[in-house]
Design a protein around this ligand. Structure first.
Ligand SMILES: Nc1ncnc2c1ncn2[C@@H]1O[C@H](COP(=O)(O)OP(=O)(O)O)[C@@H](O)[C@H]1O
Ligand SMILES: O=P(O)(O)O[C@H]1O[C@H](CO)[C@@H](O[C@H]2O[C@H](CO)[C@@H](O)[C@H](O)[C@H]2O)[C@H](O)[C@H]1O
Length: 461
């Protein structure tokens, strides 16, 4: 049975409740199925569906693997999208009986209608999957404890940078990215479009955000001690993370090449930073008092009189994108900032953009336990001081590790780091205002602190 005509309304009701749906702030005008591929016939059946969602002028495409059963077992009720006649329609990512098909087809390098399944090496196909509870912008299926297959929910024609960069890094022999095992693609608007990628599941991994948060909690619990005196000190891990980052940048440069930014490119980039600031100031008026200092930093960047080396970078680098395993730090999710177009995300950038992203993340880790800038318990001033001390210690360790492993020395390029950090903090102000207003104080607090500190080289001016 083809679902196309009957599925549109069901999906339109269900979509806004999905974590990965990016258009929650606008009404849905229309949903239509643009590609439907029957992958499994019978009961249960599996149809791979690509839908187009129109919201005003904007049309976005999303992927939904749809399961069909006449009787829906209790364990799948939460995944139900709705009913067509006496058939239950549900999000098949939650049904291991159906998701096995992805694995089997990848192992066979099969083509199914417009879908192309590909793998590298031999795959174990006798594995059940579980949809990861860490689901964020996409949905990841963990097969046994061997593979993790990320299904990109919002689709953009073109190769996904996550797959593109992982492939390049694996090819360059990087020890800081998981092994790549396979991918799924289709044609969208006449161009290849990545639907999924499957990598090694890092079963011993813990993400950097959790590890850093644990270290900060340890410090708060003994707030009369300095950051280097408590058991959970994170600085040597930060140094190792800096080194891993430099090694990944080196491998990205080797795999994809480098370029030089002309001074007009630098000016254009500074202009983009200023535009982002103007937009953020109109949405978040608390930013306005700092706009002058931020603009000065962007202007100092625009006036840099040195060639800027650019290369492919991570693009949305923070502590939630790295995992510590028994062999060291691994970097994940090379998709870039989700709000940017694919073309923008694939542009080469200065590697210190990633460094600045991670430095911002240390600030977040230090401050996120302070609700609206105040400690949950304990002496607020003391904890605020400790938070600052923790962030500075780990930011310095990260930069040291990065420079010692051959990365561009952040300490020798303060104007660049400052402009990138401010730009990221402005992005975060918008991100928090839209997604987590109770966290808005974090980037605003950092902007206040950074603007109060002297501009690089100001003493000499
Ligand atoms: N190879 C992996 N091994 C183990 N866990 C992983 C792996 N890749 C991702 N994860 C987990 O899934 C989470 C989300 O992954 P990510 O690639 O950032 O997805 P998204 O694009 O949806 O944000 C990560 O923070 C991590 O906890
Ligand atoms: O992981 P994503 O690619 O979805 O990135 C987006 O969400 C991040 C939050 O999950 C956001 O990161 C910001 O919050 C982090 C703590 O939750 C912090 O470590 C980062 O430094 C901070 O930027 C990211 O900006 C956004 O693009």
């Amino acid at each position: 049975m083809r679902l196309s005509e009957r599925l549109d309304d069901l999906i339109a009701d269900w979509l806004p409740r999905q974590r990965w749906f990016a258009g929650k702030d606008r009404d849905i005008d229309d949903v239509s199925v643009v590609i439907e591929t029957e992958l499994v016939e019978g009961d249960p059946a599996l149809h791979h569906v690509v839908i187009a969602v129109r919201q005003g002028e904007q049309v976005d495409r999303y992927q939904v693997p749809v399961g069909l059963r006449r009787e829906l077992p209790g364990r799948l009720e939460y995944a139900e999208i709705g009913q067509i006649d006496d058939v239950h329609v549900y999000d098949a990512v939650h049904d291991p009986e159906l998701t096995r098909v992805f694995l089997e087809k990848m192992a066979d390098c099969a083509d199914a209608g417009p879908l192309a399944f590909r793998s590298i090496g031999t795959l174990d196909t006798d594995l059940d999957s579980l949809a990861s509870p860490a689901e964020q912008s996409n949905t990841s299926l963990i097969y046994g404890d061997l593979y993790i297959c990320k299904l990109f929910r919002r689709l953009t024609p073109g190769i996904n940078p996550d797959l593109e960069l992982s492939r390049g890094l694996v090819g360059a022999g990087s020890k800081h990215v998981p092994a790549l095992y396979g991918w799924i693609s289709c044609q969208l608007d006449g161009t290849v479009c990545t639907l999924a990628m499957m990598t090694e599941f890092l079963r011993s991994g813990t993400d950097g955000w959790q590890l850093a948060g644990t270290s900060v909690r340890d410090l708060y619990a003994e707030a009369d001690l300095h950051a280097d005196e408590v058991g959970g000190d994170f600085a040597s891990e930060s140094e190792r993370l800096g080194a891993a980052t430099a090694e990944v940048h080196r491998d990205l440069a080797a795999a994809f090449g480098t370029g030089v930014m002309s001074s007009s490119d630098v000016t254009a980039l500074a202009r983009q930073m200023k535009t982002r600031l103007t937009e953020a100031c109109s949405t978040v008026p608390q930013l306005v008092p700092y706009a002058g200092r931020l603009n000065d930093a962007f202007e100092a960047f625009a006036e840099l009189d040195e060639p800027l080396m650019v290369q492919r970078v991570h693009g949305d680098y923070h502590l939630g994108q790295v995992m510590r395993t028994e062999t060291g730090w691994m970097l994940l999710d090379f998709e870039g900032e989700p709000a940017k177009s694919l073309e923008e995300r694939r542009q080469p950038a200065h590697p210190l953009r990633d460094v600045a992203g991670m430095l911002r993340s240390y600030d977040y880790a230090a401050r996120h336990l302070l609700v609206n800038g105040k400690a949950v318990s304990g002496n607020p001033d003391q904890l605020e001081f400790r938070a600052h001390e923790w962030a500075e210690r780990n930011r310095s360790a990260f930069c040291r590790g990065y420079a010692e492993a051959g990365g561009v020395d952040p300490a020798a390029h303060e104007e660049i780091i400052r402009a990138f950090e401010f730009d990221k903090a402005v992005y975060e102000v918008m991100y928090e205002a839209r997604n987590r207003p109770s966290w808005l104080h974090i980037p605003l607090g950092s902007i206040a602190a950074l603007s109060a500190s002297p501009a690089p080289g100001s003493a000499a001016r």
